[in-house]
Design a protein around this ligand. Structure first.
Ligand code: NAP
Ligand code: F7E
Length: 343
């Protein structure tokens, strides 16, 4: 039997690397789409051992002719749209760019599917950020959305246009509403990796302080390597639908900081409040964590907590890695990177 062909946009990102590895292991022919750059960042793909097995294509989500040509040429069975301007903080600084890539990008792909071959299955990377100012706790597929950033508004458009093309043109299009998922491959600008990377450097005496924004924000953090399995399962289900993918546990940014330093054998005491809050290393008496207002967002998502019942029951998917294990595996990776690179 011919191998299934999958096209993954955002191949250079965290999820792109894990999904590529998963699909290669399942025997897929994997086409990795990356936007043009002077040098493609392949470090994540190399980290998971997927770099060699992929056929690379140039694909810019802002350019519809480019998308059409790529899909015409590859004729994939499945398309996973993981590409996006994915950093919420940056979306306040570049709302138009974020909207063009993150909202209209999926529409351009869906339009190409509609015109080229409606039997191509489509996965859209939707986000728990769409719940924003949450209207119910926990959040499930029926919870109303209330986005709080240009990123979240753009993702909401991507979500609804996916539903609309499914209903209008009978395309097998699924939207995965994924809650935060992290890993050693997470970009350094996201809070979890910023914390683990800095904690290791502080422990080794290479950095004095870790400066953060809102410590009270709570997130449902899972392990990215497990979440890509849910994406694949959605496209293998008997019918297309939308699914929440989450752990069902929520923790604050402060909890994450405590867990990261605890993994390194350090205990913090917290004092002050709001923008004056600091975390002091109990053993040395030194301030090692400080709140800096520059990391606060114009509008914040205070708390996210997902209800994964539908994914558990219909996709037989469930998360395995606990919060403490996730923090531990990210710290252990950053320790290795530091030992290897010395920075
Ligand atoms: P990521 O690491 O930031 O990767 C984003 C990818 O999109 C990168 O490969 C990036 O390429 C690519 N990209 C950005 N702009 C592009 C453009 N104009 N044209 C083509 N490619 C472009 O994100 P991730 O954490 O893997 O997340 C994957 C997807 O899931 C994203 O859509 C994200 O918004 C969504 N999501 C993530 C989470 C999470 O917690 N991780 C949760 C829910 C939803 P470069 O390498 O060239 O920058
Ligand atoms: O922030 C707070 C910040 O940037 C988490 C993306 O993958 O998940 C991600 O979006 C929380 C926020 O992720 C800092 O204010 C405090 O409340 O790691 P983050 P995010 O905004 O939740 C969703 C599901 C996506 O879809 C996105 O693509 O942490 N926070 N201090 C900070 N955040 C950052 N980045 N840096 C700080 O210093």
């Amino acid at each position: 039997m011919a191998k299934k062909r999958a096209l993954i946009t955002g191949i250079t990102g965290q999820d792109g690397a894990y999904l590529a590895k998963l699909l290669l292991d399942k025997g897929y022919e994997v086409f990795g789409a990356a936007r043009r750059a002077s040098e493609m960042n392949v470090s994540k793909l190399q980290d998971v051992g997927a770099y060699e097995g992929i056929e690379y294509v140039s694909l810019e989500l802002q350019e519809i002719t480019n998308i059409f040509r790529a899909i015409e040429k590859i004729r994939p069975d499945e398309i996973y749209n993981l590409a996006a301007q994915s950093f919420v903080g940056a979306s306040f600084e570049m709302p138009l760019f974020t909207s063009d890539v993150t909202a209209l990008g999926p529409l351009r792909i869906l339009e190409a599917i509609r015109q080229i071959d409606r039997s191509i299955k489509f996965y859209q990377a939707s986000s728990s950020e769409m719940y924003g100012k949450v209207q119910a706790v926990p959040q499930n597929e029926n919870t109303p959305f209330y986005p709080r950033s240009p990123y979240a508004v753009a993702k909401l458009y991507g979500h609804w246009i996916t539903v609309n093309y499914r209903e209008s043109y009978d395309i097998f299009a699924c939207s995965g509403i994924l809650f935060n998922h992290e890993s050693p491959l997470r970009g350094l600008e996201f809070v979890t990796r910023k914390i683990t990377h800095s904690a290791v450097r502080i422990k080794e005496g290479l950095q004095k302080e870790l400066c953060l924004g809102n410590l009270d924000a709570k997130r449902d953090w899972g392990y990215a390597a497990e979440y890509v399995e849910a994406m694949w399962r959605m496209l293998q289900a008997p019918a297309p639908a939308d699914y929440v993918v989450a752990t069902g546990q929520t923790h604050s940014v402060r909890d994450f900081v405590d867990a990261a330093f605890a993994h390194l054998g350090m205990e913090l005491s917290w004092s002050g409040s709001g923008t004056e809050e600091v975390g002091t290393d109990k053993a040395s008496g030194k301030v090692i964590v400080r709140v800096d207002p520059k990391f606060f967002r114009p509008s914040e998502v205070d708390m996210l907590l997902g209800d994964n019942t539908k994914a558990r029951t219909e996709l037989n998917w469930s998360p395995a890695t606990t919060f403490t294990e996730l923090v531990g595996l990210m710290i252990e990776h950053d320790k290795k990177v530091l030992a290897h690179n010395g920075i």
